[in-house]
Ligand binder design. Structure first.
Ligand SMILES: [Zn+2]
Length: 561
């Protein structure tokens, strides 16, 4: 049988046309919309030429396609969205306590809560871990098996796929299709690799928030040795292993931590900690009167400064503040004569925004630091005696490549963000004495000496930079203990991170619904937790499909299909 969409007729080959012909023609024409009939929306790609399709009205298109949730979302009325909260913290942080504070608060917003414990629900489910009463052996066994699963799958986000599969499994189904939960939060305890964060953001997008819980090393060490009765040497071993294993498939908690939306400090002050968590939940649920602290604002500005960088490897930003005023900004980029860094600018004809030829690194086509490092390596390799066996030579080359030569930064043409923010003050006659420096990354030792010399009294950072020798070289001048008032205090950032800042603090420019702070009569609205509605709602159809795909991918990667 042939169907001719252009005329809307069919032709039975080798057979007499029957009354069936008319019926089928009618049906096909109804599907395609020919002759003005209402088209039936189809998911599959159509072969029908566009000009033959009748144009449906918006109402006709939207009515059968939108679910109730979707219509509510478009009308800004949808209020049942799920919430996925990931926790990330270094080993030895009492995440049980953190989880309890969150889960006990969620019912105030009408939300129920499920915990997905990655060790018990994912690693044990898909791997092999023998239980033991010895806490050191237990934690080590779970770390090992987590690494094994990443390696086996060839995917460092495998445990996040496991989380999605677990949530998918908990769902009620209708005709095999998973259904969304109403007002349900999942707490993922806990994240250990940056690729897990990327994967969960990919699946749950705006519905996923990551909370980084910071506890200083002494507190974590005490928790491991006193609360979990782990020997001192074993506790130290766990702490360094957890932060950053050399293996790619290993845990990289430190790299996952700075991807957080919120940073909280677990310092033993229970009331403060609880209030910090409650404030985050209020913000997520749209309380219109949560506004940023100066630290949050300044860090957002530092992040914003980083975005102007054209550096080939990373974007770093910094701002200097004096008496709660931003007095300068800096980013890592190439300096230009006359002062400051290169900007993209209109060309001389004023017709096109462009960059100066031969200015920034990308215009030169190379990172001078990487090129010089390679020259050093080549130079050393020339010293290898010719008579050395090939096997030893290649081993030596490999070792050299992985040596600390790779940490050298001095050949870069870019001015670091921290230094640029200091220089910006110098260019504008602003004293840097007793100022605060906010930087998106922990300062390198080169910047550290300039920070000390500039008289800056406090440095706040988000991303750690383990290669920095700042604390070691300048232990006489830099302290992480706030009580050492004569020293420059280096402290991790606490509060709403730059990632969440725009979406949650803006009344109407973020991804969520518009906030109202007053009634039509001009009276400030009264807001209670029970009025709370997630600022960013997830459209059920958007993530259920991706979650199912993640569950299938997990089975495939672990060869369980
Ligand atoms: Zn630096």
């Amino acid at each position: 049988m042939n169907w001719y969409p252009s005329t809307g007729t069919i032709n039975f080959q080798g057979k007499e046309a029957s009354s069936l012909k008319e019926e089928i023609e009618k049906l096909l024409n109804a599907i395609s919309g020919i002759n003005g009939s209402t088209p039936i929306p189809a998911c599959q790609e159509s072969q029908i030429p566009i000009e033959n399709l009748a144009k449906p009205s918006i109402e006709q298109l939207s009515e059968p396609m939108l679910s109730l949730e979707e219509k509510e979302l478009l009308d800004n009325k949808y209020a049942n969205s799920e919430l996925i909260i990931g926790l990330v913290a270094a080993v030895g942080t009492d995440l049980e306590h953190v989880k309890r504070v969150i889960s006990e608060r969620l019912p105030a917003f009408g939300y129920e809560c499920n915990e997905i414990r990655v060790s018990r629900d994912i690693i044990k489910e898909y791997g092999h871990v023998s239980e033991t009463g010895n806490q050191f052996e237990r934690i080590t066994a779970y770390m090992e098996e987590g690494n094994n699963l990443r390696k086996k799958a060839g995917d460092n986000s495998i445990l996040a796929l496991g989380v999605a599969a677990k949530i998918n499994k908990l769902r009620n189904k209708s005709n095999e299709k998973p259904l969304p939960f109403n007002k349900r939060a999942f707490i993922i305890n806990s994240i250990k690799h940056p690729e897990e964060v990327h994967r969960l953001r990919q699946i749950y997008s705006n519905g996923f928030f990551l909370i980084g819980v910071y506890a200083d090393e002494k507190r974590r060490f005490n928790f491991l040795t006193e609360n979990l009765s782990i020997e001192n040497s074993h506790a130290s071993n766990l702490i360094s292993r957890d932060a950053d294993e050399s293996k790619k498939n290993g845990q990289h908690t430190r790299d996952a931590f700075h991807l957080s939306d919120f940073f909280v400090h677990y310092d033993g002050n229970a009331d403060k900690f609880q209030n910090d968590i409650w404030r985050i939940l209020d913000l997520i649920f749209g309380k219109p009167f949560v506004t940023p602290t100066f630290d949050e604002f300044a860090m957002f500005m530092a992040f914003s400064a980083s975005l102007r960088s054209a550096d080939l490897s990373r974007q770093v930003g910094a701002v200097i503040a004096k008496d709660n005023n931003i007095v300068s900004t800096g980013a890592n980029d190439v300096p230009k004569s006359g002062g400051g860094l290169y900007w993209s600018e209109y060309n001389q004809e004023g017709t096109k925004i462009t960059d100066v030829e031969d200015g920034r690194d990308y215009k030169r086509g190379e990172d001078s630091n990487a090129v010089e490092k390679q020259k050093i390596i080549d130079n050393i390799l020339k010293c290898i005696p010719d008579e050395l066996p090939d096997e030893l030579t290649s081993q030596f080359k490999e070792n050299l490549k992985n040596s600390r030569i790779k940490d050298i930064t001095e050949y870069g043409r870019v001015v670091h963000a921290e230094m640029e923010s200091i220089l910006a003050c110098a260019r504008n006659n602003i004293s840097t004495v007793k100022t605060h420096l906010y930087c998106t990354t922990f300062p390198c030792h080169n910047c550290a000496k300039h920070i000390i010399s500039a008289g800056i009294s406090r440095v706040i950072y988000v991303e750690p930079y383990p290669k920095s020798k700042a604390l070691e070289f300048h232990s006489d001048s830099i302290s992480i203990d706030k009580l050492q008032k004569l020293n420059v205090i280096f402290e991790p950032f606490v509060g709403v991170g730059p990632r969440a800042f725009f979406n949650l603090f803006s009344m109407n420019l973020g991804s969520g619904y518009t906030l109202n702070r007053k009634t039509n009569e001009g009276i400030a609205v009264e807001w209670q937790q029970s009025d709370g509605r997630l600022r960013m709602q997830m459209l059920p159809s958007s993530y259920l499909e991706r979650e199912k795909l993640a569950a299938n991918l997990l089975l495939e990667q672990l060869h369980l299909t």
